[in-house]
Ligand binder design. Structure first.
Ligand code: SF4
Length: 106
């Protein structure tokens, strides 16, 4: 088993290192950050270089940070109701001339 403390001390600076460190300290990561941390851990801190692991059967592969073509981008699918709510909020905001409350909630 890999000594994660050693891995963090000697591992390359790469996406996922900070997230793995956060996980080890017991701090929270988002799902996306957890995927980055796992890829960093899985590749022993990208010991073979910051390259595509090419393990397409891995469930995390779409988010692998060095995947050829880049990691999958999060796509937000909004319902018609959510779009209308968002549009109404933006109209209200424009009238007020400021940033809407809960701008990141949708
Ligand atoms: S995507 Fe690749 S590097 Fe990431 S966890 Fe899966 S096998 Fe490991």
């Amino acid at each position: 088993m890999i000594d994660r403390e050693k891995l963090l001390a000697k591992g390359k600076e790469a996406r996922g290192k900070k997230e793995l460190s956060r996980h080890i300290k017991g701090d929270k990561n988002t799902i996306r950050q957890a995927a980055l941390a796992k890829c960093y851990d899985c590749t022993c801190g990208y010991a073979d270089g910051k390259v595509d692991c090419r393990l397409k059967l891995c469930p995390l592969y779409p988010w692998m940070p060095f995947r050829e073509g880049g990691p999958l981008k999060a796509v937000r699918v909004l319902s018609q109701e959510q779009r209308e709510t968002m549009a109404a909020r933006m109209r209200k905001c424009k009238k007020r001339g400021g940033v809407p409350k809960n701008a990141n909630s949708l």
